[in-house]
Ligand binder design. Structure first.
Ligand SMILES: [Zn+2]
Length: 440
């Protein structure tokens, strides 16, 4: 049993007035009361939050854990620990592994490996098509029964509108969403950067924003046609946000997420960094203009979640000239601080509750998991404690993740998670935070 005292409680919707105490018993929130109102249960471990925010365990909808098949980049154990160390109690593992997660036995493999890590809950995403070949639908029903949380061919869009439409209808029957990686591939072949000033000056091939918008519009049209839930992941362009905003106004069943890197980095940094591959990502970093549009999307509710798209690589695949390096930014362990720090530096452009929902209730609703993303008496005791005032440097060499290259290396960021709890168990605590939590 645990007794968390003096926390500022964000319950998934609102930040409550005053400080709260919580009793955690058998993996659930047994009691919530104003601070100091009741006697601690006998034998309970007391954790003093000292005024820090106590939020539902953060959920990352989109991370690459590279297991099975590419464990030199990451594996489910290192990825799940990295998620916990980043403040995430739940992480959704993308299915573009080797072999891809396209059948129930592989869904079970990911779940079991996740269990044995004893860190963040790992929810497998199943692929939409067999082998991610885009030819034929995978066995979605069997995967859903085994515990797949969402379906996606991420890394690629679902190959044809016909397959995406059929997949949406199946997923809808299963009460689940399809997560789409929006990219019109005929426009992005060999692209390295955004089709903008950086491409013009460097001669690197550019990916136009239209490549994203075309796929976004295709998805919206099919969500409208089927009434099924389509989730668009890692949106990067102003036009994409505008399309989603319109679709939501029309009542279409669309949700979307954006990444910490598209919210904080723009293409000018590629040149400034001397073409460091740490900034190479797909979709590419766009213009400062697009970045502002993403923040507007957070502010007005167009964006439902912030997802990392954590893409770990071995040094040999990333520490290379820009053109030769793999695309992807590793971020699980600093993503929350990257976003909080940017939100603080922007002068808190919207309320903290809206920001916190993007890591909690927002992603929970995309996954249709009503038991996650909120704190109330009886709910699962997944908890992230946040210290908005805490400053710390990003040091990839201390990461649980196997990735070592990140664009924020050395950056002093303000606003870090200090403890992550899953089902009442402390799965990570910041050793320097003066938070006296016991790791069980
Ligand atoms: Zn993707």
């Amino acid at each position: 049993m645990k007794w968390l005292v003096n926390g500022r409680l964000f319950d998934g919707e609102l930040l409550r007035e005053g400080l709260c105490d919580l009793v955690i018993d058998k993996g659930r929130v047994a009691k919530i009361a104003p601070a100091g109102r009741f006697v601690p249960p006998e034998g309970a471990t007391r954790i003093d939050l000292d005024g820090r925010i106590l939020a539902p365990g953060f959920i990352d909808l989109h991370a690459h854990l590279r297991d099975p098949g590419q464990e030199w980049r990451e594996d489910i154990i290192s990825g799940s620990r990295a998620a916990a160390a980043g403040g995430f109690a739940t992480v959704v593992a993308m299915p573009n592994t080797d072999p891809p997660i396209d059948r129930s036995s592989l869904v079970r493999y990911v779940l079991e490996r996740g269990q044995s890590a004893g860190a963040a809950r790992v929810l497998p995403a199943g692929s939409v098509t067999k082998g991610r070949h885009g030819q034929e639908l995978a066995e979605m029903w069997f995967m859903a029964n085994e515990g797949a949380a969402i379906f996606t061919d991420d890394g690629l869009p679902v190959s044809t509108a016909h397959l995406l439409r059929t997949a949406l209808l199946y997923a809808d029957d299963l009460g689940m969403a399809i997560m789409e990686h929006p990219e019109e591939l005929s426009l992005t072949k060999d692209a390295q950067v955004n089709d903008g000033p950086c491409a013009a000056r460097s001669g690197l091939k550019g990916a136009p924003k239209a490549a994203e918008l075309i796929a976004v519009e295709r998805g919206i049209a099919l969500a409208k046609d089927t009434g099924a839930h389509l989730h668009l992941t890692h949106l990067s362009a102003k036009e994409s946000l505008e399309a989603v905003r319109r679709a939501k106004k029309d009542g279409i069943n669309i949700t979307c997420d954006v990444t910490p890197h598209h919210l904080t980095l723009d293409e000018s940094l590629i040149e400034k960094s001397g073409y460091s591959a740490a900034y190479k990502v797909n979709p590419p970093l766009r213009t400062a203009h697009d970045l502002e549009a993403l923040w507007e999307g957070l502010a007005d509710g167009t964006v439902d979640a912030i997802a990392t798209d954590h893409a770990p690589y071995h040094l040999d695949e990333k520490d290379l000239p820009f053109q030769e390096a793999a695309s992807g930014i590793a971020s699980l362990e600093c993503a929350v601080a990257v976003v909080l720090d940017a939100w603080l530096k922007r002068g808190k452009p919207f309320g903290i509750e809206r920001l916190l929902r993007l890591f909690t209730a927002g992603p929970a609703s995309v996954l249709r998991k009503s038991d996650l993303g909120r704190i109330e008496e009886g709910s699962v005791a997944d908890i992230t404690a946040l210290d908005i005032g805490r400053e710390r440097r990003v040091e990839a060499k201390r990461w649980e993740s196997k990735a070592r290259i990140t664009p924020w290396e050395g950056a002093a960021l303000c606003g870090w998670p200090v403890m992550t709890m899953r089902e009442g168990k402390v799965i990570w605590v910041d050793g320097d935070s003066r938070l006296h939590a016991e790791r069980d």
